[in-house]
Design a protein around this ligand. Structure first.
Ligand SMILES: [Zn+2]
Length: 339
């Protein structure tokens, strides 16, 4: 009896020893002790170097935290738009944004069912998502940042809070029954920015939530899974094409025909990795064409049907894209979206 207990103990300690020696190889298990700091010169921030070969920014005070460029340039507190005059064309094709470094640095603003998605709704742009809530449910800041706007907005948002974040993203929280923060407040992720309501152009209590970069919107479902409250990425690649109102997260998240297309060639031959790459390229080109709007400058004597046939489209498609009727009068010199 005793010997079997001894054997078991010996076996257990062997297991513990072997797992701990494996774990010792992992950098996150090494002691993380601050070793040194580096000055960054232009800002008050310092870089802290740790013993486990990692580093982090260090901001000596809240003042220096909010004094960073992102919180001083294009800092407008009485209007919703802060980057007038900039357009998607000025931005790079894609940008990598760090969404959080620690799990305490994000929080899904509310968890619930998205009843209205990002996209075109009844002919108007719906620049965010809607989640129905109970009156006065708390709404949380998605990331740490500084409150840029917190007031009643007559344009339809009702009581609106806008928080700008370190990476330049802004999160917008609309139709609040009451705001809970003031312009200039530094908020942590999960801070209550306001309470659910139905102020502004709203029918029923819900949160209207947007994420913007330099005033430009993209689908918030690209970042959060609102059904679970999970975040999808730590480092998010924001592509310029995402700013198109017709570009939404479901392209990535739902099964679609394109995925099936990858598995079979037209002639039923065995598929090679080169075929797959060629297919992916073809699909991406088609997607890019679909998303990139193309405009045509109307010339005198043009008619909708002539423009349609010359550009390989139809009159009804032109009407849909431009929100005009078949009988609309078109004027030379004006731009018409043809794709
Ligand atoms: Zn909405």
């Amino acid at each position: 009896m005793r010997s079997s207990i001894l054997k078991l103990t010996a076996l257990l300690s062997l297991v513990i020893l072997s797992t701990s020696s494996l774990n010792a190889q992992r950098i996150e298990d090494l002691p993380r002790i601050a070793m040194d700091t580096l000055d960054l010169g232009s800002t008050n921030a310092k870089v802290v170097i740790y013993t486990n070969n990692t580093w982090d920014f260090y901001f000596p005070s809240l003042d220096s935290l909010v004094a960073r460029n992102v919180y001083t340039t294009n800092w407008v507190t009485d209007q919703v738009f802060a980057y007038k005059g900039t357009s998607a064309n000025d931005l790079p094709a894609s940008m990598e944004l760090t969404l959080f470094k620690k799990v305490s640095e994000y929080k899904c603003p509310v968890v619930g069912r998205v009843t209205s998605k990002y996209g075109i709704r009844r002919g108007r742009n719906h620049n965010g998502i809607d989640i129905p809530l109970k009156l006065r449910e708390p709404i949380y800041a998605a990331f740490p940042g500084v409150v840029r706007y917190s007031r009643y907005n007559g344009g339809g948002y009702g009581n609106l809070v806008i928080v700008r974040h370190d990476n330049g993203l802004e999160t917008w929280y609309g139709h609040l029954s009451k705001t809970n923060v003031e312009v200039g407040d530094y908020v942590v992720a999960g801070a209550v920015v306001g309470f659910a309501g139905s102020t502004g152009r709203s029918s029923g209590v819900h949160l209207h939530f947007e994420i913007r970069y330099q005033d430009l919107t993209f689908d918030p479902e690209r970042i959060f899974d609102f059904a679970t409250g999970d975040i999808r990425y730590q480092n998010f690649v924001l592509e310029k094409s995402f700013f198109n109102i017709r570009s939404n997260a479901s392209e990535l998240l739902e099964d679609n025909d394109e995925e099936i297309a990858l598995l079979a060639t037209e002639d039923g031959q065995e598929i090679t990795s080169e075929d797959i790459l060629a297919n992916i390229e073809k699909i991406q080109e088609a997607e890019a064409k679909k998303l990139e709007p193309v405009y045509y400058t109307i010339k005198s004597g043009d008619t909708l049907s002539r423009i349609a046939s010359r550009n390989g489209t139809t009159v009804s498609e032109l009407c849909r894209l431009n929100g005009i009727s078949r009988n609309a009068i078109i004027r030379a010199g004006r731009q018409l979206r043809i794709r």
